[in-house]
Design a protein around this ligand. Structure first.
Ligand SMILES: Nc1ncnc2c1ncn2[C@@H]1O[C@H](COP(=O)(O)OP(=O)(O)OP(=O)(O)O)[C@@H](O)[C@H]1O
Ligand SMILES: [Mg+2]
Length: 388
């Protein structure tokens, strides 16, 4: 896993198929830094596959240019170029009469690697994609759709290419396995840091997978090229706005973690502590109840008025500190936890379980820059509006 990733640039790229009266890709310009995932998204027929296939010259560019690490793809022999570019096609495309091992070995063998090296690479990749080496001698038909898809990814990665093209790689897979594969792939990418062009027609998948998203409209015209957050917050025009959907405030929640937003300041207290000190802290806090914590600073519960009535704090809990949220929680999940326990706020802990602040519905609304009454209800959350 040593080859560096390559940067990619589309420069005024046009594709017109012979006999067509409209361009399939129209003056497409975009730059992708090395090691990032660019998602091409848009309705069927908007030119996603065409744009992608011009990169490895499976389709000729009509005018304009595509540069891989600053060098025009047209200057290179197509066969050479394709060995540098891993390609996962729309329908997986494993060779049915070859074993899984032989499928994965396709490009390394083309490159003339010796047997030992090819064999080691197969084991390494099977391990990477979470399949056992007992899969080596099976045929594609003996695998599930999700497993086949992973083998497709392994095959594309086999020669450690600096660029990967992935055309709807998870399109044919049921939603649950799809989510699993997406997560697996993102974990893999965090290690590999390949440059990836990823095609999908699913905006939720684009938001989840992309460092940058290129929204295309019919005729292969670029409507917007932006980060997922920017796309959700500032859609460039009504087409993009419509495409990202009316629930974009909700989608934004999936992009942030609890640690990313400004938490409320709660007054913490311990059993036996002087109540006057706690009252002083309460005056500074964002919440009117103190949070009782144990010796390690872990939450025990919200202290009652009685617990504060003496000179020293007594263990008298008004309500349990539920839910307890984690700094690393996705904001959407944290909100869903708050709503399902029907509470307005919950303590947030770090990896050690120590309280680091309080998450409230209002803090979430602030972070999203919306009025608190617009915070989605649990019904909206449950309706799947937020499913990735
Ligand atoms: N070989 C071809 N000859 C002529 N026209 C083509 C060819 N391939 C694609 N087209 C046309 O070019 C346009 C873009 O097609 P393309 O396959 O790139 O779309 P896409 O965005 O990948 O669609 P989908 O989401 O359905 O896969 C379409 O209008 C299509 O009909
Ligand atoms: Mg396509």
């Amino acid at each position: 896993m040593s080859t560096d990733a390559a940067s990619l640039e589309f420069r005024d790229v046009v594709k017109r198929y012979p006999g067509a009266d409209e361009n399939a890709v129209d003056e497409l310009s975009l730059e992708l830094p090395a090691g990032e995932i660019c998602v091409l998204v848009g309705p069927s027929g908007c030119g996603k596959t065409t744009a992608m296939r011009m990169v490895n010259r499976m389709i000729d560019i009509t005018t304009g240019d595509i540069l891989l690490d600053g060098r025009s793809v047209t200057e290179r022999k197509a066969a050479d170029l394709r060995r540098d570019i891993g390609y996962v096609i729309q329908q997986i495309g494993l060779f049915p009469h070859r074993t899984i091992a032989d499928n994965i070995a396709t490009v390394p063998r083309l490159l003339g690697w010796d047997k030992q090296r090819v064999s080691e690479r197969i084991d390494e990749l099977l391990d990477l994609i979470g399949l056992g080496s007992e899969m080596r001698d099976r045929y594609p038909a003996q695998l599930s759709g999700g497993q086949r898809q992973r083998v497709g990814v392994a095959r594309a990665l086999a020669a450690d290419p600096p660029l990967m093209l992935m055309d709807e790689p998870f399109g044919a897979i049921d939603p649950i396995n799809r989510e699993r594969l997406q997560n697996e792939f993102l974990r893999l990418q965090a290690e590999l840091r390949k440059t990836i062009v990823f095609v999908t027609h699913d905006i939720d998948e684009a938001i989840k997978m992309g460092d940058r998203i290129a929204v295309l409209r019919k005729g292969g015209r670029l409507a917007q090229y932006a980060s997922p957050a920017e796309l959700l917050m500032f859609p460039a025009d009504p087409f993009v706005e419509d495409f990202v959907g009316a629930d974009r405030a909700l989608k934004r929640l999936a992009l942030q973690r609890v640690r990313d937003i400004e938490l409320w300041n709660g007054a913490l207290c311990r059993v036996g502590e002087e109540t006057s000190a706690v009252r002083a802290r309460l005056a500074e806090a964002d919440l009117e109840f103190p949070l009782l914590v144990d010796g390690q600073g872990r939450p025990k519960g919200w202290l009652s008025e009685r617990g504060l009535s003496g000179e020293r704090v007594r263990e008298d809990i008004r309500s349990r500190a539920e839910p307890v949220l984690d700094l690393d929680d996705i904001l959407r999940d944290a909100l869903s936890d708050l709503l399902s326990t029907e509470t307005m706020y919950g303590p947030v802990v770090d990896a050690e379980g120590t309280v680091r602040g309080v998450l409230s519905l209002r803090a979430i609304a602030n972070a999203l820059n919306i009025a608190p009454e617009e915070v989605p209800s649990s019904a909206e959350l449950a309706s799947g509006a937020l499913t990735q």
